[in-house]
Write a protein that binds this ligand. Structure first.
Ligand SMILES: [Zn+2]
Length: 406
């Protein structure tokens, strides 16, 4: 082959490759229905399923669509997983049928993340590819109660239960009590319903780091269910971020026992993870689906929420991460303690360093003190500096996440 032909062929290949890359990034995915059409449809379940399938087909490199179980009437409880980061966030909607504006909102959040990923864009200054490839994984369940939503859109707009007439958000194991009347039902027992069982099992299997449930209406945020100390501080920090982002108000922690056995209550009390209920849509106390005219406001208030949560989770995670970092040592100076990695440096809790007294000179102590940091109010010292002071060899092996000291 002559050199000129080779160059020509290479040029063609290059052009084709760049064109195809270009077309993947630039082509706008089209959907069979708009979000408004889905909201106003008489078959919200099928339309939601369709949209999730479309997401999964068009962005198959970062999505995985699966069913977490079946509803009473054997509809799929679909979950779409987005990303491959180690921190896991679960966002769900429509425990209560007439509040299914949350279904539309979560579909929109999913779409926003996927489009930003495909175009290598940012949301809230955060590169979405970096976020989803390296940091977090989102699990969205837009329809926790598909049967109820179908009943709601088929002529019973105030419908609030599942097909067994149970209020799903009073069926979780968190100060549950049995109460069944014509207008109120917590179920015959804790987790009596297939929908709450599916959500429970998903949470137990995936081990989410944070969960969020969308409800309507009232522009308020529930965040408290008896957590104390560091957990309370942590969750209040998230709650304040949610408040700043949406403009909604925090529900006061006092009197939290007046409403129990909700999804958020269970996550907080039993799973000990941050969990929030957001009631979107202005009018509090409405007993029908939020009017569509509210939607653009709701979207503006909530479009940054997934990324904001992820960002805060990563900040939090920095402090609690690398529980798996091992310490391999050949001296009796340390006992096995939790090593944490922060900004590429390894730290060990001061309390986990033994026999230090008498071994380190005052000037060395000063040097060590300079490296001291406080995480959750506990002092940690830099392991490398410590090894240096003790004239030990320090080696951190990134691939196995192991510190060797000899
Ligand atoms: Zn609700």
């Amino acid at each position: 082959m002559s050199k000129r032909i080779k160059i020509f062929l290479l040029a063609i290949i290059y052009t084709l490759t760049s064109l195809s890359i270009f077309s993947v990034q630039a082509s706008k995915v089209t959907y069979s229905k708009t979000l408004e059409q889905i909201y106003k449809s008489k078959d919200v379940y099928t339309e939601t399923q369709k949209r999730l399938t479309e997401f999964n087909k068009n962005y198959s490199n970062i999505t995985y669509l699966f069913s977490a179980g079946k509803s009473v009437q054997k509809r799929d409880l679909s979950v779409i997983k987005i990303g491959s980061g180690s921190k896991k966030i679960f966002i769900n909607a429509a425990h209560h049928p007439r509040e299914y504006i949350g279904t539309i909102l979560t579909l929109n959040q999913i779409q926003n993340l996927l489009e930003a990923y495909a175009s290598n864009g940012s949301i809230d200054g955060q590169k979405v590819r970096n976020l989803l490839d390296n940091q977090v994984t989102f699990y969205f369940m837009p329809l926790v109660n598909p049967d109820g939503v179908q009943i709601c859109v088929s002529g019973s707009p105030s419908y609030y239960f599942n097909a067994n007439k149970v209020d799903l958000n009073h069926n979780y194991d968190a100060l549950w009590f049995k109460k069944i009347t014509s207008t109120y039902s917590t179920g015959t027992k804790v987790f009596s319903e297939p929908e709450t069982q599916a959500v429970r099992d998903l949470c137990l299997n995936i081990e989410f780091d944070l969960t969020l449930a969308y409800h309507a209406a009232g522009n308020i945020i529930y965040w408290y269910f008896g957590q104390e100390g560091a957990d309370r501080t942590r969750d209040l920090t998230y709650a304040n971020m949610l408040k700043t982002t949406t403009g909604y108000s925090l529900v006061s922690p006092s009197n939290y026992k007046s409403s129990t056995s909700g999804f958020k209550d269970w996550c907080v009390q039993k799973l000990k993870i941050p969990s929030f209920t957001l009631e979107v849509g202005g009018k509090r106390g409405i007993t029908k689906p939020v009017e569509w005219s509210y939607y653009s406001t709701i979207w503006n208030e909530n479009k940054l929420i997934p990324v904001r949560i992820a960002k805060q989770l990563m900040t939090q995670a920095k402090f609690n991460s690398d529980k798996k970092t091992s310490l391999i040592y050949k001296s009796n100076l340390f006992r096995e303690g939790q090593i944490i990695s922060l900004d590429g440096k390894q730290y060990i809790a001061e309390k986990d360093v033994t026999l230090l007294a008498g071994k380190i000179s005052d000037s060395q102590k000063e040097k060590l003190n300079l490296t001291e940091i406080y995480i959750n109010k506990i002092p940690y010292i830099n392991l490398e500096t410590l090894a240096e002071c003790l004239k030990l060899n320090f080696k951190f092996e990134k691939s196995s996440n192991t510190v060797y000291i000899s």
